[in-house]
Design a protein around this ligand. Structure first.
Ligand code: ATP
Ligand code: MG
Length: 364
């Protein structure tokens, strides 16, 4: 069986370091591993509209921002198909058919949707499109028969929903020869990367919460954000013992620091364990740790930022990449949709057996 990757992001803002450690960094590694037959990376504009219905301009403007972030991180259009969700109308058709396979109560149980509804104050008036976006995400994942979906932890309930749809579809419509492929989520191994907290120490760095360090931020912006970051409220004096639990600066170090960084920027310590031990013992100030974090982040972010600036010099070319990618994705979606329709017995004009059986019935 082919190994196929599908993943994507909502164009609700520029991408941040949470996206980077949660999914983007992994995608680029997988792309360059050469182990995958196809890689699809989707800019989920239609999904973004489900909770930004009043703000189409925001979604429209951010498509190019997300594409720039992709290219800056090393996604390569020669190896990966970059496309825009709304341009693949087959996805709407798949979504519509999958809706028959999911109950309202099942959607209501989705923990990510539940917390997103709360976050957006949607309790009293949830748009149907938003409520059902896990179903449209199943269409996104299955149109290309994805086997692997590299995502952050918040997406696990979506993959679970997709798996249920795949199993139900195959059991009902294609019991002999499955049409849809069961996808596997690939979430980061490091705890900190699964759901990177925001600079405010809140649960998740998220474009919608404005607590982000963006890949496009300048070195000065990164420095200012890190210096203003939440650490340990009990660590008032340098000599006080510090706490690591909920200390976002250390969470970011968990996500980004490598042993070689210590040699380069903080040679008094051999590794992160030693730094943590000193902090919890007392005698290590927040500013020193933050300065180290800034160096670590800069080493990773500077080349990304520079590549982003270089790609931004030719914006028409980026739209061209997205157009070509969308055309390629559409061809694949059309093929899957025709298999889906055949399995569902709604392929009337292609089913010669049906036509001849019906004409036989009426000629007798
Ligand atoms: P929005 O607030 O519009 O939902 P978002 O910041 O949550 O935006 P998405 O586009 O929803 O970003 O997520 C894209 C991908 O990035 C998903 O795979 C998601 O799991 C991952 N991701 C987003 N935020 C984080 C984070 N803080 N830590 C790890 N992964 C993340
Ligand atoms: Mg999100």
């Amino acid at each position: 069986m082919s190994k196929i990757i599908l993943t994507g992001d909502r164009p609700t803002g520029q991408l941040h370091i949470g996206h980077y450690v949660g999914s983007l960094r992994r995608r680029v590694e997988l792309q360059n591993s050469g182990e995958y037959d196809k890689i699809y990376i989707m800019i989920a504009d239609a999904q973004a509209l489900t909770d930004n219905i009043d703000n189409p301009e925001k979604v429209r403007q951010n498509v190019i921002e997300v594409a720039l972030d992709y290219l800056a991180c090393g996604l390569d259009p020669a190896k990966a198909t970059l496309f825009i969700q709304s341009q693949i109308s087959e996805l709407c058709e798949l979504t519509f058919y999958y809706m028959d396979l999911v109950t309202v109560s099942r959607l209501q149980r989705n923990p990510t949707v539940k917390s997103e509804i709360q976050m957006r104050n949607f309790e009293a008036s949830i748009p149907v499109g938003f409520f059902t976006y896990p179903i449209s995400q199943a269409a996104d994942i299955t149109f290309c028969k994805a086997t692997t979906v590299p995502v952050g932890e918040d997406q696990l309930p979506m993959i679970e929903q997709t798996k249920e749809i795949v199993h139900k579809f195959n059991a009902i419509y294609a019991p002999d020869q499955p049409v849809l492929v069961d996808p596997q989520a690939l979430i980061p191994d490091t705890e900190a990367c699964k759901r990177l907290p925001g600079t405010d120490g809140k649960a998740k760095m998220s474009k919608s919460l404005g607590n982000c360090i963006y890949l496009a931020d300048t070195a000065d912006e990164v420095r200012t954000k890190v210096m203003g970051m939440y650490t340990d409220p009990l660590h008032l004096q340098v000599s006080d013992p510090g706490h690591l639990e909920g200390n976002t600066v250390f969470t970011y170090l968990d996500a980004f620091a490598k042993e070689e960084h210590f040699g380069r920027y903080l040679p008094d310590y051999a590794n992160l364990e030693e730094l943590k031990a000193h902090y919890t013992r007392g005698g290590l100030g927040d500013v020193k740790v933050k300065r180290f974090l800034i160096n670590v982040l800069e080493e990773e972010l500077e080349p990304i930022r520079n590549r982003r600036i270089a790609f931004s010099k030719d914006i028409p070319e980026i739209y061209n990449i997205l157009k070509k990618g969308s055309e390629a994705a559409r061809e694949v979606a059309a093929q899957t949709l025709s298999e889906v329709k055949r399995a569902m017995k709604i392929d009337y004009f292609d089913d010669m057996e049906l036509i001849s059986a019906q004409s036989k019935k009426y000629s007798e």
